[in-house]
Each structure stands twice: as C-alpha cells, then as structure tokens.
Design a protein around this ligand. Structure first.
Ligand SMILES: [Zn+2]
Length: 463
C-alpha cells in the first residue's frame, strides 16, 4: 500500500514541505485567476473592437475567438490535472519511489548498489518515461482534437508517434552524459564545486548550440537551402546592408507539423544562418498549393474564398528586418548573459544548501542525500518564488526587445510592410487581438499586435 509521507509539521522539514506545497498552490491559483480573466475577455468580446477595422476580418476574428476559447479550456483541464499530479507526488513521496526504482534498475544493469552516477542517469530516464506516459493523452488530444479542429494540425498519427519516439531517444542520449557530469562534479568538485558546475553547464550549452542546427534539428525536420531567386537575393542584400554575417539560408518544412509560421536566425560569431518556415512564405508553402488545386477544379468562385496564407517577399523582408534587429541590438547575447549570471547564482546557493538534510527529509529522503535530488529540490522548489519573479522580469525584457526590433525594422524602411506582415501572420495563426491587461503583463513575451502596430505607425508620424 502507498501511504502519505508528509513530514511532521513542527520540524524544519515540515516547514519546508508546507512552504513549498503552499507556494505551488499559490502560483497555481494566481495562474488560474489570470486565465479566468483572459477567458472573460474571449467571452465578452463577441463583437470586434472598433480599432480592429482594416486589421482583422470579421470571419478571422470569430475563428480566432473560438480557437482561443478551446485552447483556454484545454489548459484549464490540463492545469488541474498537473497540479493534482504534482501534489500527489509530494504527498506520497514520488521522488524517493522513483529514486529507489532507479537504484534497482542500475543494479540490474550491473552497477554497484551505492553508485550514485548510474542511479541518477537511470532516475532521469525513468522520470522522462513516466512524464511522457502521463502527458501523452494530453498531447494527443491537443494535436488531434484542438489543433485539428481549427485547421492547424498537419501531423499524421504516424508522424506524431515517430516524432515522439525520436525525441525521447535523442533526449536520453543527450541527458545521460550531462547528468553523469553534473553528479560527478558535485561529488568530486570540493568546496567550490559550484564554479565547476557552472563552467560545465556553460560548456554543454555552447556545445549543443553548435551541433544543434547541423546534427540534431535535421533529425526532426527537413531543411533545404532557399532556392535562387528574388527572395534570396533580397535577403542577402538586407544582410549585407546591416553587416549580418549570413552563411546559410534555409527553409524548414514546418508545414509537416502545423500551419503556424515563423522565422529565426541562429549561430555564433561569423557563422549565422537564417531559417524560414515554409508556412511563412506565400509562394512556397504547400498549404497554398492545396487551395489552388481545389479552386482550379471548382471554378473561379471558390478561388476567391480560399485565401492564401503566408507573406509576400517584401513582407518576409520586413519580418527579417525585425529578426535581424534582435541580432544587431544584441538581444540574444544579453539573454545568454542573463541566464549565465542567474545560473551562477542558483549554483552558488545550491553549493551552500545541498548538505542540509532537512531539505531531503522534506521530500521523503531520510537515509540518503543524493546530489542530483538535491539539485532538483533547490533549482525547482526552493527557487520557485525567485523563478516566478525572474520569469516575469524576462517577459518584460522580451516585450521591450520586441518593440526595439520593430523600431529597427522601421528604420530600415520596412514599417508599412511589417504592419501588413503582422496583420497577415496574426490572421494565419488565428491570434486573438484583445487582452486582459493583467494577463498580458504577466504572460505575453511579445506585445499584443495592436500595440505593435500603434508603435510602428506612431513613430512614422514623428518623422
Ligand atoms: Zn522578435
């Protein structure tokens, strides 16, 4: 029989336990409150607000509203489920159960019973099996019900299954040596192990950032060089204009996954690549081919109805003007710097806390203090309040950067085309344009579309 492992409330471990569980419920309630406020916005704004005139068609507005309501209902249910599971894990000692199962697995594989490194690796592997199984029904429902219903899902069940299995295997291959390295450093690094820990994670991050585009990303999606033509020439011209060291220009077959669209740049120093989703490109996306074929078969009338998705060449350039603005203004570098400073802080605190036995007892570890468990407890639970605040500040930082990148594109002379690209992408992705102010301040890493358009057009007048 499984029984509760709640520590005695008067003790330190009891206080830690109550504090962590209490905070988890407090953030949960706060998130649900914000989601409730945003759901009210969806429900009450049946009529599009006046300022949307010329920005979003009525039919798209209605579709976006229905899509947002479905997504919001889905996350309400998933949120309740997750919160109950997480609480159950704490009340019934899920971590020690998984830890001892990992011990049996690593012993069965021939490692000695007290060897912490293989046990930690097995712990992570078992943990991700459990996670994948628990989340699978949600992921299936979201992809094949919610996204499907609104026309976004392009995955076949076969693609979905293969993709999940590939992701699982690749993430296991990557995480095993990383986990082993972390545990080894904590165990053998001496008093200042947290400095080595920090150096190690930085090295790992740089390594994967280097190999990701050439060796990992192609395992999941097809990348093809953008063919010669007007679009390619103009993108190269844009890169030259602002000294962007463009070496590779790819189109990724995002349409195999979903109809959502995007563009980004990637890479170190003088070796940068730009990746465009095929769904972003009006003349390239297979989603338009379908429509044309059908329209041709059934005459002119339907051709008018079936709208093209994606952006025209000048609009794609405006989008890239924005993306390259992020590069020119060092937004990525600043982001990496912030995350490294933060990681150093977290590791330093971990360095002073990780021998504190009450922390482990609070989670049901009475006889041992596994290093990796300590790392999880400190990073995920002890730092939870800090993480919430940091996340909020980063969201604010990101919104600020988005406005800056928009202004950069505007200075290159793309403001008009950027506005029309934003409008089109918002339509294609069925983004709902109205937000509750509190929800928007807490959650949106990109400013709402109306604010961006206002900013782009405002600055034009100043000129
Ligand atoms: Zn951006």
């Amino acid at each position: 029989m499984i029984s509760m492992v709640v520590p005695e409330l008067g003790t330190w471990e009891g206080k830690i336990f109550v504090g962590i569980l209490g905070f988890s419920w407090a953030t949960y309630m706060w998130e649900e409150y914000l989601a409730y406020r945003q759901r009210r916005v969806y429900r009450e704004n049946v009529q599009p607000p006046a300022e949307l005139k010329g920005i979003m068609e009525r039919s798209s507005y209605d579709k976006a509203r229905a899509y947002s309501i479905d997504k919001s209902n889905f996350s309400l249910l998933e949120g309740v489920f997750d919160q109950i599971v997480n609480t159950g894990v704490m009340l019934y000692g899920g971590l020690p159960v998984l830890w001892s199962a990992a011990g049996r697995l690593s012993e069965w594989l021939g490692f000695s019973a007290d060897s912490e490194i293989p046990q930690s690796v097995a712990f992570v592997a078992l943990g991700s099996v459990v996670n994948t199984v628990i989340n699978l029904p949600w992921s299936v429902y979201f992809t094949f019900k919610v996204e499907q219903k609104h026309g976004f899902n392009k995955q076949t069940p076969g693609f979905f299954v293969k993709d999940k299995i590939k992701k699982f295997i690749v993430s296991q291959i990557i995480s095993a040596p990383v986990v082993a390295g972390l545990v080894y450093i904590i165990k053998a690094g001496g008093d200042y192990f947290f400095v080595y820990l920090w150096g190690f994670t930085m090295g790992v991050m740089l390594f994967f950032m280097t190999v990701y585009p050439d060796y990992i990303a192609p395992l999941f999606d097809k990348y093809t060089p953008l063919p010669e033509g007007v679009l390619r020439e103009q993108i190269e011209e844009l890169a030259r204009q602002i000294n962007f060291p463009l070496t590779k220009l790819y189109v990724v077959e995002g349409s195999k996954r979903s109809a959502h669209s995007n563009a980004y740049f990637y890479g170190f120093f003088k070796n940068k690549r730009i990746v465009l989703y095929d769904t972003l490109l009006e003349d390239y996306t297979p989603l338009n081919e379908d429509g044309d074929a059908k329209a041709n078969a059934s005459g002119e009338e339907e051709k008018k109805e079936k709208k093209k998705t994606g952006c025209s060449t000048p609009e794609v350039l405006a989008v890239l003007g924005h993306e390259l603005g992020h590069w020119k203004l060092n937004h990525v570098l600043k982001g990496i710097l912030i995350s490294q400073v933060n990681l150093f802080l977290v590791f330093a605190v971990f360095g002073s806390l990780y021998k504190y036995s009450s922390l482990y007892r609070a989670f049901g570890f009475h006889n041992s203090q596994p290093a990796f468990i300590g790392l999880i407890i400190v990073m995920q639970f002890v730092f939870a309040p800090y993480n919430e605040i940091l996340q909020f500040l980063l969201t604010m930082f990101s919104r600020h950067n988005e406005f800056q990148a928009d202004a950069f594109a505007k200075n290159l002379g793309h403001s008009k085309k950027l506005v029309s690209a934003l409008v089109k992408l918002n339509e294609d992705n069925l983004g709902f344009p109205v937000y509750d102010p509190l929800y928007s301040a807490w959650h949106l890493s990109h400013p709402p579309i109306l604010e961006r358009i206002r900013a782009l057009e405002e600055e034009k007048k100043e000129k």
